[in-house]
Write a protein of this length. Structure first.
Ligand code: HEA
Ligand code: HEA
Ligand code: CUA
Ligand SMILES: [Cu+2]
Lengths: 621, 111, 355, 209
């Protein structure tokens, strides 16, 4: 047995995870936390759907509904979808480029803990006087008028977790630029790596406006500033702009990694290299670029005037072109291929038409004059669930099945996987397709109830039934995970048999140093190339030598904890005398932790060549 | 995974050469600095003394600021040196996004 | 492959459903009842058709792929194609062309809908010839001021059919959005500025909808956002003029007739008049208009925008507004016994300008 | 070349800030961070421009009443000069001259401190003389946030440089700390870049109205 897989006590394992800087463990942490928030957000969605099942329903009160609605959107976007994707990026991207770790293992851990503490802070609002209730967009006039501390939880929680995401983005960018294995040129990188790269760049540029916007909101609410108060010269539209300058790129931050995941799955299970690889890369970059030019399409009805509306309408439509390139490239990857319908592939295949539907309604929304009708109705709700659930969530579910063996060394049950898939797909279309019509028939979004006899009954009940299908699907997935983990049947390097990129060339799960010797990459789909030449392993690019590894650290946890404490202080500063001291205390914890990190030299450690050889023997034995 | 720096056969020569190069760089930087101070002076003067029209002064001082920042970036922050391709790409992307933001805030937020 | 059938049918169902028009005529954007809504509906149809075309193409390719390229044997290795320039150019250019087809009418309609020049044209009296309505959105109620006619009403917007009506839109507390689905798209009512747009109400369609359209608040504004409805009475021009004249004729609060109602009026003048005016003149400053103007309350279609208009509901509303509209601004601002409420209700029912 | 290695004049590389992989990563990551900071400050500038002179009542001081040229000029000169002194510090770093580097960094810190002092004086002055405060108007909020964020960066930069100087005072230069010094100086230049726009956009443009 190798040393690292020895059985450890619960305490030791816990401590290991609290201090880990290993990208694969951080990936698991992201997955667990993100999965937890996904179920939470899903439960909130169920509350929404139950409340709206029949007219004049009293399942929840009006005020509570708004809290649920806000937390559903915020949780799903910031605490579920994005972190889960970051988890897969962490798990897979370094392996795909043949790296031993990410560029900044320490920051990687810091990013995770910031996200987690931000998310916990946000969700503690449920128990501390009420959750935020101004929608995930938290438009300024309402978010300033909202009573209690809900919106403060929103602002401070997102601020903290936003820092985490930003750090994660920078980390991935540097990793991809600096840590590629010999021969892994940019145009040989797997598409998931490319989309990680572009999504990270989007994070880098999109999060600062959100940071600024949230600072303004916090200052206005807690420190007496007047950014959004028109009577003091302020202007609420500034919030709308800042939010959407962030918000629109954010949706591409979500969908691009999803595109990457599907590109991998489709080419794997078609046994074909990706059709039009370079145009795929080009389209990815172009989508990222255009993503920054279109934010005002969320503000068509704000009153920006016809010139601005027209410019942003046309710019928005332009995004259909690179996205279309991708759709057709996927189709033609499968064309002439040898398609095997595994669970991940089922998701990938059904993603194409599902996302297409959401994409084309996006273009319909871009028709500014017609958007005056669609805006803030269920048509928009239908649009974005089609792209998000039909794109991002399907990708997450697909990746869960696809990469599970790589991350945990054991396969999820295919039969249960397919049941999950069918239930989820049917439920998804049932829930959201009808919502297009509800919107057009005059149903605004964000309403806690609707009145009878307005023609909205049937659509809503259908939609609710669909949501239950999705819930059952998710429960079956959870059962599948439990069963699989208990059985724990180990699999080899390339359990799907059709792996193409580097991650499939090493053990499942990979040893903590990933590659004993860095592999030599000779083209796109390097592992496939070697397999086609009858080899089982990658050709190494370097002789066996010592491997340098970073030390574990508890500091990331402490830095994040400090901000978490400080946030409470900032929020209760005006209510209680202990607020200010706690604020200062929290900031001190953070600063001192950073200080410790700065002055304590941390050179990491080396795994010696001899141990690597020993381990090899141990494994073979 | 340390990355080897290429050093020539004779370290002494190499060292002298580098010292000279550094000194030369430093000279450029001092010149840059003088230019920056000069530009700053002009900007302040344009606002402080001349009875110039705003339509001239505002774009003019903005231009001076941009020039000065370019000096700062390329000489003080060494963006002119090799190995700064990725920094350039990302800095300019940031500038572009920032520019669009400023433009939007000056045109489509009501007064 | 049962699912494929579903895919093929989706667009078809979509178009049929859309073209046939569904939903209720007083609420549905699919049953356009005016020039603006019609323009927007035409854009919807155009864009839907384009999208159906796109979907059809993708679906065909998709089906072929699903049927023809399933794995037949375990060790089949397909040819590794890099790509195809012709194809790639094809699927770059065709979408661009399709989008151009969509972009041109989009831009033209966007400008047309923003054309409010005639509300800015003033005649000798400093008023515009066009009908202008100032909409002021408040936490869960709507105020409609007719600046040229110098009257104010609330909750029920009254407009003439067959002509352009111009709107100034703003909010007094938080952001709301003004939307009459069958008649045209929405426009936000901001706290920072006044937005302007126009609508036109089609006479025939108004008849079909029973003379009343439903209006909605379309921007989350608090707990009762869902209940911030209003009604639109679209009348022929003559009837509209009559309504204006009737409103204008009320210069003093109408005196109640029955004893009960007179008692109610007394109570009203003590407890309610601070927020609710019962004369339509627009001379009181906006800040003082804290509740809906009740001049023609007896003629309203609904109570508080959502309850059927009858005594029962008025009493319910007055007894506990919170149970009807959570978070509304009237709750707890007065204290009346049941008898007093009965009396006030009598009075309120009598507040009519037309029979 | 390992980070811990003891260096001499001869073995000291030409670009010590990027000699090891860790250093390369830091170097790149820090530049990306500056790219993000650019957007952050752009958002602050944009907001400032949108809210400039937006005050609730007519008796509030506007930008043309507030700003005084001599003070701004002095602050500008201090910060610009500190940029030069930190260039000198990096010059000596590249020449493996630790003591000289520390000296110039020390001067940089002093200049930075002086700048901060004037900024605090300035804010205090506005609040007391003009009742122009963070909470008095949207203009005030935007002004203090923009300039204050910059001031916060100055303060953080100073702290960073001081910590580095003290921590390494006994150890001399190594490939482990050279990148840290280099990044701190990059940060310092970036602060200067932002200030160039602040004095132009906020102060000079404010004075012309
Ligand atoms: C993953 C998330 C995601 C993605 C990928 C998208 C993709 C797109 N979105 Fe969506 N959108 C959201 C998430 C997303 N959106 C969310 C969350 C909201 C609501 C936020 C809120 O208010 O709460 C929203 C809202 C939203 C609006 C504002 C609506 C309103 O509030 O009034 C608009 C308007 O233009 C829009 C447009 C688009 C467009 C044009 C695309 C395009 O990228 C789609 C491109 C894809 C295709 C077009 C399909 C494939 C293309 C082809 C096969 C080629 C041929 C096609 C043509 C010629 C048409 N979206
Ligand atoms: C990543 C983003 C994301 C995802 C995945 C989802 C997923 C879902 N969403 Fe959501 N949604 C948003 C993002 C997302 N949504 C956003 C941004 C908004 C706008 C908010 C706003 O207006 O501010 C919104 C708004 C929104 C609305 C509109 C509310 C309104 O305007 O009033 C509705 C209504 O139907 C809805 C429904 C759903 C449903 C049914 C799902 C389903 O797909 C969910 C499926 C998942 C589950 C059902 C999991 C449940 C799991 C269990 C039940 C297992 C429990 C088991 C154990 C505990 C053992 N969402
Ligand atoms: Cu008013 Cu919603
Ligand atoms: Cu968008």
């Amino acid at each position: 047995m190798s040393t690292y897989a020895q059985k450890k006590g619960v305490g030791a394992v816990l401590w290991d995870y609290l201090t880990t800087v290993d990208h694969k463990k951080i990936a698991i942490l992201y997955l667990i936390a993100g999965g937890f928030f996904f179920v939470l957000g899903g439960l909130e969605a169920m509350v929404i759907r139950i409340q709206l099942a029949i007219p004049d329903n009293n399942f929840v009160s009006a005020g509570f509904y708004n809290e649920v609605l806000t937390m559903h959107g915020t949780t799903m976007i910031f605490l579920a979808a994005m972190p889960i994707l970051l988890g897969f990026m962490n798990a897979v991207m370094p392996l795909q480029i043949g790296a031993r770790d990410v560029a900044f293992p320490f920051l990687n851990a810091l990013g995770f803990w910031l996200f987690l503490f931000g998310g916990l802070f946000l969700n503690l609002s449920w128990f501390l006087g009420g959750a935020p209730d101004a929608g995930w967009t938290s438009y300024a006039s309402l978010s300033l008028a909202s009573e209690g501390h809900g919106i403060d939880f929103y602002a401070l929680g997102l601020q903290i977790s936003g820092f985490g995401t930003l750090i994660g983005g920078i980390n991935f960018l540097v990793t991809i630029i600096n840590m590629r294995a010999p021969g892994m040129t940019y145009m040989r990188m797997p598409l998931f790596t490319w989309t990680t790269f572009v999504a990270s760049a989007l994070i880098l540029f999109a999060f600062p406006p959100l940071t600024v916007g949230i600072f303004f909101l916090t200052f206005d609410r807690l420190f007496g500033a007047n950014f959004f108060d028109p009577t003091m010269g302020g202007n609420t539209v500034i919030w709308e702009h800042l939010f959407w300058i962030f918000g629109h790129p954010e949706v591409y931050i979500l969908i691009l990694p999803a595109f990457g995941i599907f590109s991998e799955i489709i080419s794997t299970f078609s046994r074909k290299r990706l059709f039009g690889y370079s145009s795929m890369v080009f389209a990815t970059v172009l989508i990222g670029f255009l993503g920054f030019m279109v934010w005002a399409h969320h503000m068509f009805t704000t009153g920006l005037g016809p010139i601005a509306n027209s410019i942003f309408a046309v710019a928005t439509m332009a995004i259909a072109v690179p996205t279309g390139i991708k759709i057709f490239n996927w189709l033609f990857t499968m064309w002439g291929g040898s398609i095997r319908f595994t669970t991940p592939m089922l998701y990938a295949v059904s993603f194409v038409p599902s996302f297409l539907l959401g994409g084309v309604t996006g273009v319909m929304l871009a028709v500014a004059a017609a958007d005056y009708q669609y805006h803030d109705t269920y048509f928009v709700v239908a649009h974005f669930h089609y792209v998000i659930v039909g794109g991002v969530v399907l990708a997450i579910l697909a990746a869960t099945h696809f990469y599970w063996p790589k991350m945990f060394g054991t396969m999820l049950n295919e039969f249960l996987g397919k049941i999950t898939f069918w239930l989820f797909l049917i439920g998804f279309h049932l829930t959201f397709f009808i919502q297009h019509f509800l919107g057009l028939m005059g149903m605004p979004r964000r309403i806690f109830t609707f009145l009878p006899n307005q023609g909205l009954e049937v659509g809503n009940v259908v939609s609710t039934v669909g949501a239950f299908f999705m819930a059952i699907a998710v429960i079956i997935l959870l059962i599948n995970i439990v069963i699989t983990s208990v059985k724990n049947v180990k699999v080899g390097n390339d359990p799907w048999g059709d792996g193409r990129s580097l991650e499939w060339a090493i053990a499942s799960p990979p040893p903590f140093y990933n590659f004993k010797q860095l592999p030599l990459v000779r083209g796109l789909d390097p592992y496939w190339i070697e397999k086609m030449e009858g080899k089982k392993e990658m050709t190494p690019a370097e002789p066996l030598g010592d491997i340098h590894m970073p030390n574990n650290s508890f500091i990331p946890f402490m830095i994040s904890l400090g901000l978490f404490i400080a946030a409470f202080g900032a929020m209760y500063r005006l209510d209680y005398s202990w607020g200010l001291p706690v604020l200062i205390l929290g900031l001190l914890v953070t600063l001192l932790s950073m200080f410790t990190r700065s002055i304590k030299d941390d050179h990491g450690f080396h795994i010696h060549k001899e141990d690597l050889i020993d381990e090899d023997k141990g494994r073979k034995a | 995974m340390a990355n080897q720096q290429s050093t020539s056969e004779n370290p002494r020569v190499d060292l002298d050469y580098r010292r000279k190069k550094n000194a030369e760089d430093m000279r450029y930087q001092v010149i840059t600095f003088s230019l920056m101070i000069f530009l700053t002076l002009i900007a302040f003067a344009a606002v402080g003394f001349g009875d110039l029209s705003n339509w001239f002064v505002v774009p003019f001082i903005l231009l001076l600021a941009v020039v000065q920042v370019i000096f700062q970036l390329y000489y003080f922050m060494h963006m002119s040196h090799k190995g700064h391709e990725a920094p350039q790409l990302f800095l300019y992307s940031g500038v572009l996004v920032g520019f669009i933001t400023v433009l939007a805030f000056m045109t489509i937020i009501w007064w | 492959m049962k699912r494929l059938g579903k895919w093929r049918l989706l667009p078809l169902i979509a178009v049929i459903a859309l073209l046939a028009g569904c939903g209720e005529p007083f609420l549905s954007a699919l049953q356009p009842a005016g020039e603006v809504a019609q323009m927007q509906y035409d854009l919807m149809v155009l864009s839907t058709l384009i999208m159906v075309g796109v979907i059809a193409i993708v679906t065909v390719i998709f089906i072929v792929v699903m049927v023809r390229f399933r794995r037949k044997s375990k060790d089949e290795i397909p040819k590794q194609v890099e790509g195809s320039h012709t194809l790639e150019i094809l699927w770059t250019v065709i979408p661009i062309l399709l989008l151009l087809v969509l972009a041109v009418p989009t831009v033209s309609a966007t400008f047309k809908l923003a054309d409010v020049s005639s509300m800015e044209k003033k005649n000798e009296d400093g008023k515009s010839d066009a009908l202008v309505v100032n909409v002021r959105a408040n936490l869960y109620w709507w105020e409609f001021e007719y600046p040229n006619e110098e009257i104010v009403t609330s909750q029920d917007l009254v407009v003439p059919t067959g002509e352009k009506v111009y709107f100034n839109l703003k909010a007094s507390d938080v952001k709301h959005s003004f939307w009459i689905p069958p008649v045209g798209g929405k426009m936000d009512t901001n706290t920072d500025n006044v937005n302007k747009f126009w609508l036109e109400f089609d006479p025939a369609k108004a008849d079909e909808a029973g003379g009343i359209f439903y209006g909605k608040c379309a921007e989350l504004c608090g707990p009762s956002h869902a209940l911030m409805d209003f009604k639109v009475k679209a009348l022929p021009r003559a009837e509209f003029d009559q309504w204006i004249a009737d409103m204008q004729s009320v210069t003093e609060p109408v005196q109640a007739e029955t004893a009960d109602a007179q008692a109610g009026q007394e109570i009203f003048n003590n407890s309610c008049i601070g927020c609710h005016a019962v004369t339509p003149a627009n001379t009181t400053p906006e800040q003082a208009r804290m509740g809906p103007n009740l001049t023609d309350f007896g003629n309203r279609t609904l109570v508080a925008g959502i309850l059927e208009h009858n005594e029962e509901n008025i009493k319910n509303w007055l007894k506990d507004p919170e149970s009807v509209k959570p978070g509304n601004k009237m709750t707890g601002k007065y204290n009346l016994s049941d008898e007093e409420i009965d009396a006030v209700t009598q009075y309120l029912m009598g507040l009519k300008v037309q029979e | 070349m390992h980070a811990e290695e003891k260096m001499t004049n001869e073995t000291w590389p030409a670009s010590p800030e990027k000699a090891t992989l860790e250093a390369k990563n830091k170097f790149l990551g820090f530049w990306f961070f500056l790219g993000g900071e650019t957007v952050l400050f752009a958002s602050l500038f944009a907001t400032y421009l949108a809210l400039k002179d937006k005050v609730p009542t007519a008796d509030h001081a506007l930008s043309k009443d507030l700003f005084e040229m001599p003070l701004v000029f002095l602050m500008t000169m201090l910060l610009l000069t500190s940029s030069l002194t930190s260039v000198y510090a990096m010059h000596h770093m590249k020449n493996f001259e630790f003591k000289k580097m520390q000296l110039w960094l020390g001067i940089t810190v002093l200049l930075g401190l002086a700048f901060l002092g004037f900024e605090i004086y300035e804010f205090n002055h506005y609040v007391h003389e003009y009742h122009h405060s963070f909470t008095s108007s949207a203009f005030g909020s935007a002004f203090y946030t923009l300039v204050g964020f910059h001031g916060g960066h100055v303060a953080f930069g100073l702290l960073w440089i001081i910590v580095l100087m003290i921590r390494n005072s006994k150890r001399g230069l190594s490939l482990y700390n050279a990148p840290k010094f280099y990044l701190a100086s990059l940060y310092w230049h970036f602060i200067d870049v932002v200030w160039v726009f602040i004095f132009t956009v906020v102060y000079l443009m404010g004075m012309v109205g």
